[in-house]
Design a binder for this molecule. Structure first.
Ligand code: CMC
Length: 432
C-alpha cells in the first residue's frame, strides 16, 4: 500500500500543509485530513458523507460504477450461487470461509440460541395490535440488554462472540413474535431441528392446531435474499450502529439504533414502499403518469427501488433478484404474477428515459425483493423486518471490527454553525 502525498495551500496566507493519501486494497485512495484542522484551523464540510470514508474496514467492497459487490473479497454472485446465509454470516464476521467443523460449530451455536426469555415475549402484549413491526423490533432488541447483561462486556472477545450468536439466533424469533402479535395468533416457538430460514418460516406461518410443512422453495428463496442483504459497507444503518457503538454502549442498543435507521423509506423501508407503489400504479397504462411524477421537481414522489448513493450502474443484487423472481415464481406456480410483470415494464420504461439515464438511476436491491417476499407470503409490513434480520449479520461484523480495533474513537462529527452570534438573554418585557 503506497502512500501518496497532496499539498493543501491557503491562498490568502500562503500556508501549506501536506496531506497523505492512503491506498486501500481496492477502490479510490482516501485523503487523511487530520492536518487540515491542526494546520489551517478549518473543518471539512461534507453533508450526506458524499466524499468521506468514515472508517477503515476489511469487510465489504463496492465498486458503484462497475456494479461490483464483494464480501471479504468474494463476489456476491458466487456466494449467492454456492453458499448459504449462515456460511456468509460466518464469513462476514470472521473474515474467512469456515472449514466444515467451524461451520458446524457456528450453525449449532446459532440454532441453540433461538429461544428468547419468556419475559421478553410478554413485551409484545404492551404493543398495539397494529403497531409497525419495525417499532416492535427496535424496542424489543434494545430491551435485550436487560436480559442478557451477562455478556455485554464489549472488551471481552468471548462476550462479543456470545452476543453475536444471540442476536443472529434470536432476531427471527423476535420478528416472528411481532408478526404473530399483529395477527392475533399464538406465538410459535423456534424449532432447532430446522435450518435458519425454515425455522423463521415455521415460526411465522405454523399454528398449534394443524401441521405446517415449510416449502423448501420459499426457504431457499429467503436464504438467497438474506445473503444479498447481509452487508453493504458503510450504509446509513451500519454507520448508525458504528456511531452508537463507538460510545461504548451495549451492542443490543447499537443494533436497535441500526434497526431504526434502516426503517426509513430511503433505506430499508424502500422494499415495503416498492410494493405499495406498484399497487398504486396498478396497470402498465399508468406507468408514464408515475414516471412523469417521479421526474417532476414539484412532486415528492420518487420511483421507489430506483437509484442508489453508491451504484451508478446496475446494482448486482437487483440483477440476481430479478433472475431469481423468474425461477421462484415459476417454482411456486405463480409465473403470471401481475406485479412482477408491472415491475419489469416499469424498469424497461425508466431505463429508456433520459432523466434516469442522465442520473444513472437503476433498479436497486429493493425493486424486486418485495415481489419474492410477497410470493412466499411475507406480508408487506414485514419486508423491512426481513431486511433487518439479514443486515443484523453485517451490523455485527462492523460492530465487532470497530470494537476490536485498539485505535477506536468515539464518532463525533463537527459542524458549520449558521445560528445566531453570541447574544445576551432578553428579559420577557424586552422581547419584541
Ligand atoms: N426517483 C426519481 N428521481 C430520483 C430517484 C428516484 N428513485 N433517486 C434519485 N433521483 C434523482 C434525484 O431527485 C436527484 O435529481 P437532481 O439531480 O435533479 O436533483 C438525482 O436523482 C440524484 O439523487 P440523490 O437524491 O442526490 O441521490 P442520493 O444518493 O442522495 O440518494 C437514494 C440515493 C437511494 C436515497 C435515492 O435514489 C432514493 O431516494 N431512491 C428511492 C428510495 C430507494 O429505493 N431506496 C433504497 C436504496 S437501496 C437499499 C438500501 O441500501 O437501503
Amino acid at each position: 500500500m503506497t502512500d501518496k502525498k497532496y499539498e493543501l495551500t491557503n491562498l490568502s496566507s500562503g500556508k501549506k500543509s501536506i496531506l497523505e493519501a492512503r491506498s486501500g486494497t481496492l477502490g479510490p485512495d482516501v485523503l487523511n485530513i487530520a492536518n487540515v484542522t491542526r494546520d489551517h484551523g478549518v473543518f471539512t464540510f461534507d453533508p450526506g458523507f458524499m466524499a468521506t470514508a468514515a472508517c477503515e474496514s476489511k469487510i465489504t467492497y463496492i465498486d458503484g460504477d462497475e456494479g461490483v459487490l464483494l464480501y471479504r473479497g468474494y463476489p456476491v454472485e458466487q456466494l449467492a450461487e454456492k453458499s448459504n446465509f449462515l456460511e456468509v454470516a460466518y464469513l462476514l464476521i470472521n473474515g474467512q470461509l469456515p472449514s466444515a467443523a467451524q461451520l458446524a460449530e457456528f450453525v449449532h451455536a446459532i440454532q441453540y440460541h433461538t429461544m428468547i426469555n419468556e419475559s421478553l415475549l410478554r413485551f409484545f402484549n404492551g404493543f398495539q395490535y397494529n403497531a409497525h413491526p419495525m417499532a416492535m423490533l427496535s424496542g424489543v432488541v434494545a430491551s435485550m440488554a436487560a436480559f442478557y447483561h451477562d455478556s455485554t462486556d464489549i472488551h471481552n472477545p468471548r462476550h462479543r462472540e456470545i452476543f453475536a450468536h444471540r442476536i443472529i439466533a434470536k432476531i427471527p424469533t423476535i420478528a416472528a413474535a411481532a408478526y404473530k402479535h399483529s395477527t392475533g395468533q399464538p406465538f410459535m416457538y423456534p424449532r432447532n431441528d430446522h435450518d435458519y430460514c425454515a425455522n423463521l418460516l415455521n415460526m411465522f406461518f405454523s399454528v398449534p392446531c394443524e401441521n405446517y410443512q415449510v416449502d423448501p422453495v420459499a426457504a431457499q428463496a429467503l436464504d438467497l435474499l438474506f445473503i444479498l442483504h447481509a452487508d453493504h459497507e458503510q450504509n446509513a444503518s451500519t454507520s448508525t450502529v458504528r456511531l452508537a457503538g463507538s460510545t461504548g454502549t451495549n451492542p443490543y442498543a447499537a443494533i436497535s439504533a441500526g434497526i431504526s435507521a434502516l426503517w426509513g423509506p430511503a433505506h430499508g423501508g424502500a422494499n415495503e414502499a416498492v410494493l405499495a407503489m406498484l399497487e398504486q400504479i396498478g396497470t402498465a397504462e399508468n406507468i408514464p403518469k408515475f414516471v412523469a411524477k417521479a421526474k417532476d421537481k414539484n412532486d415528492n414522489f420518487k420511483l421507489m427501488g430506483f437509484g442508489h448513493r453508491v451504484y451508478k450502474n446496475r446494482d448486482p443484487r437487483a440483477t440476481i433478484i430479478r433472475a431469481m423472481c423468474h425461477k421462484v415464481l415459476a417454482k411456486l406456480g405463480k409465473s403470471d404474477n401481475p406485479l412482477f410483470e408491472l415491475a419489469l415494464r416499469l424498469e424497461e420504461v425508466a431505463l429508456k428515459d433520459e432523466y434516469f439515464i442522465e442520473r444513472k438511476l437503476y433498479p436497486n436491491v429493493d425493486f424486486y425483493s418485495g415481489i419474492i417476499y410477497s410470493a412466499i407470503k411475507i406480508p408487506q409490513s414485514m419486508f423491512t423486518v426481513m431486511f433487518a434480520i439479514a443486515r443484523t449479520v453485517g451490523w455485527v461484523a462492523h460492530w465487532q471490527e470497530m470494537i476490536s480495533d485498539p485505535g477506536m474513537k468515539i464518532g463525533r462529527p463537527r459542524q458549520l454553525y449558521a445560528g445566531p452570534e453570541r447574544r445576551d438573554y432578553a428579559e420577557m418585557s424586552n422581547r419584541g
